[in-house]
Write a protein that binds this ligand. Structure first.
Ligand code: FAD
Length: 538
């Protein structure tokens, strides 16, 4: 038995962070409990304000909070959860270098991993649409849109210009409506600085698969939002599905193609793959938890937020995947864990949504709250006040309030900050004696030697640490493929013998090429098999 009770939280979104926060409050004086939280990024993202970041009304870092500061008593791991062993009550965590794992043992585990993006059945969407899930997505979108305006202003070809000035958003729920409304407001605000673009040339299209936008709010408010957007020139395509996306545009059901350089997708949320990989009960890919948020049949395991399926006691339907619900579940989950630690019975979760709010740009919104309905400027004012108060911590609230005030006083910024993705193929240099890959680690890259020389050695089991030379490789040769092709730990250590330059291809890109290019895959397998042969007797 460990001397401390170990609580491990998976995911640092609304569900995970708010559970940890409540646990820190409730267990303030109890030092025999250790709280750990694992999240991919070292910050918490306030997703409801992403459209404002995409429109440049708020700076990106104002809507994120460093988790260490939010949760000073929690042991924080900025890393990837890559496995859960229910039998051994352990979580496997891939460290940031992508090469090593550690195991975290738990007495209580809270699964709050949210959802992932998936566009299966929609060719080209994953490659060509811009998501709106993380702060980087919103920041990228803002710079991308400004980039389109820069290009359109000097574009001689009318067709290309039209495509650059066409902005398509897929999904007519809260995030899609807010995104198109905010984008349009930003483009309207900065267009006076682009003398060669007339306002009527900018085209905004909202594609929605259902017969009305904002299905979550009452029809009168949804109609108000649709009317306002249409008055400003947004084309709303209802009951219309996307079929495919390419680098040139989006194809709608029925075959119509809209040429565009900007396709934003607010749909495509799919169940988290880790949730689906385990032998517990799921409903539509979400982890089933009972009314106390506990996962039946697995004592000490709890599930909350978007990745969980918890039925509402009134209508028997699962709670909607919203931040409001995740925050309330987090508080109940923490209280129930504290009750379990103190030998008391857990209480059931119950929450009725307090309100539904959507901003539609140009200082206008729709709000349904405590039985009352608002639209227009008053609703927009309520929307901003509510979200300001919901932001965790006064520092962020003050910063966002300042940004909003400055946005009222000054013109929208149109600086295009170019953010490039890391190059697909990286270069690296190693000095003699430096280890490039180490036997036993997880394979993260494939290497091609540009210049220099490397020695490949293998430690045999029971060999007392002595290493057998396998090969010496030089320019034009490669290594690191076995761990990636066979999904096994590194089978040998590779050390630079001379000053060595290599090209490195990351695991994902290597897998994609090797999967598709049969000749390459076969050649690499052959080379690996040849190298694995024992050397001929001398
Ligand atoms: C653009 C947008 C606008 C929205 N607006 C609203 C709104 O106005 N009102 C509202 O109530 N809701 C809104 N939502 C929905 C709301 O944000 C979600 O319901 C909420 O974030 C769910 O919380 P969660 O903790 O379940 O998941 P998340 O907040 O998504 O958190 C999951 C966390 O787990 C991490 N994670 C996932 N997998 C791993 C892994 N393998 N290893 C490590 N970490 C991992 C993720 O990085 C993430 O930090 C909006 C969502 C979006 C995208």
């Amino acid at each position: 038995m460990a001397d401390k009770a170990r609580i491990v939280i998976l995911g640092g979104g609304f569900g995970g962070c708010f559970t940890a926060r409540r646990l820190e409050q409730r267990l303030r004086r109890q030092r025999d409990v250790e709280i750990s939280l694992v999240n991919r990024d070292n910050y918490f993202v306030f997703q409801p304000l992403l459209p404002e970041v995409a429109a440049g009304a708020i700076l990106p870092h104002q809507i994120v909070n460093p988790i260490r500061r939010m949760l000073p008593r929690t042991r924080f791991y900025a890393a990837e959860v890559d496995g859960i062993d229910l039998a051994r009550r352990q979580v496997s965590v891939l460290l940031a270098d992508g090469r090593r794992r550690i195991e975290l043992a738990y007495d209580h585990m809270i699964v709050a991993l949210g959802t992932v993006l998936s566009f299966s059945g929609l060719p080209g969407m994953a490659e060509h649409s811009l998501p709106m899930k993380n702060v980087g997505d919103a920041f990228y979108l803002r710079n991308h849109v400004i980039g389109c305006l820069e290009r359109a202003d000097i574009e001689p070809d009318a067709e290309v210009k039209r495509s650059l000035l066409t902005f398509v958003v897929v999904g007519g729920g809260f995030s899609g409506v807010e995104t198109i409304g905010e984008l349009q407001e930003m483009v309207d605000a900065v267009l006076p600085s682009y003398p060669n673009i007339a306002r009527r040339e900018a085209r905004f299209v909202l594609v929605h698969s259902q017969p009305r936008i904002l299905p979550e709010v009452v029809p009168s408010l949804a109609e108000y939002a649709a009317r306002k957007l249409r008055q400003r020139g947004v084309e709303i395509r209802l009951s219309t599905r996307c079929e495919a996306a390419t680098g040139h545009g989006v194809v709608l059901a029925g075959g119509e193609k809209i040429p565009t350089h900007t396709l934003v997708s607010t749909v495509g949320n799919a169940p988290h793959p880790l949730v689906g990989a385990l032998p517990w009960k799921t409903a539509k890919g979400r982890l089933v938890a009972d009314a106390t948020l506990a996962v039946p049949g697995h004592p000490g395991v709890w599930a909350i937020g978007d990745c969980a399926s918890i039925l509402h006691e009134h209508d028997g339907q699962p709670y909607a995947p919203t931040a409001q619900n995740a925050i309330r579940m987090a508080a109940r989950c923490a209280d129930n864990i504290v009750a379990a630690l103190r030998g008391r019975a857990p209480a059931p979760f119950h929450f009725d949504t307090l309100g539904k709010l959507a901003s539609i740009g140009h200082r206008s919104a729709v709000v349904e709250m405590l039985g009352l309905r608002f639209s227009g400027f008053l609703a927009w004012f309520i929307w901003r006040t509510v979200y300001l108060l919901k932001l965790p911590g006064w520092e962020r609230r003050i910063r966002v309030a300042l940004d909003w005030t400055l946005d009222l006083l000054f013109r929208r910024d149109l600086t295009q900050l170019k953010v490039f993705r890391a190059e697909r193929v990286e270069r690296a240099h190693f000095e003699p004696g430096e280890i490039i890959v180490r036997q036993g680690e997880i394979g993260d890259r494939f290497y091609v030697i540009v210049s220099g020389r490397v020695a490949v050695v293998r430690e045999e089991e029971g060999g007392g640490g002595s290493a057998r030379p396998i090969a010496e490789l030089g320019p034009g040769e490669h290594f690191g493929e076995v761990a990636l092709l066979d999904d096994v730990p590194r089978t040998a250590t590779v050390r630079a013998a001379l000053p060595t330059d290599v090209l490195c291809v990351g695991r994902g890109d290597f897998a994609a090429v090797a999967r598709s290019l049969t000749l390459l895959r076969a050649g690499l397998h052959d080379a690996a098999a040849r190298r694995a042969q024992p050397p001929p007797p001398s």
